[in-house]
Ligand binder design. Structure first.
Ligand code: AMP
Length: 119
């Protein structure tokens, strides 16, 4: 159970922009771009590290929903970025898989500072 289950269950508020039977999307509380939406499956998958073959259909739905959210947010013409952080080194802070949909400005690459110890 994470705070995202509470958002799914409407126990804490969120600015929901898209919902279907399997997926929910809401605005990130600390946006890193003019558009920053999180897309989550209603059934919890922790992350890609722990995903199983039986999650294939739901993961596909998650990515297609992320594309639909981007289209609804008006990002399709100029482009956008999808991010899934996985585990500690990946920067994951909520252990319920989520796709960050980021757009509305040109995004830098690489998205992280280089390590002093090398790439
Ligand atoms: P990650 O670091 O990839 O696990 O992303 C978790 C994201 O959840 C962060 O970008 C947070 O800003 C966002 N977040 C945390 N709490 C909330 C909340 N209550 N509503 C919306 N977004 C949240």
């Amino acid at each position: 159970m994470t705070l995202f289950d509470k958002i799914i269950n409407r126990e804490i508020p969120a600015d929901i922009v898209y919902e279907d039977e399997h997926v929910l999307a809401f605005r990130d509380i600390a946006p890193q771009a003019p558009v920053h939406v999180l897309v989550i499956p209603k059934r919890r998958i922790v992350n890609i590290i722990s995903a199983e073959p039986e999650d294939r259909d739901l993961l596909g739905r998650l990515l297609l929903a992320a594309g639909e959210v981007a289209r609804l947010e008006g990002l399709a013409d100029d482009g956008y970025r999808l991010v899934i952080n996985n585990g500690e080194h990946g920067g994951q802070s909520v252990y319920h898989i989520h796709v960050h949909v980021l757009g509305g400005r040109r995004l830098g690459w690489p998205p992280f500072p280089p390590s002093k110890a090398g790439a």
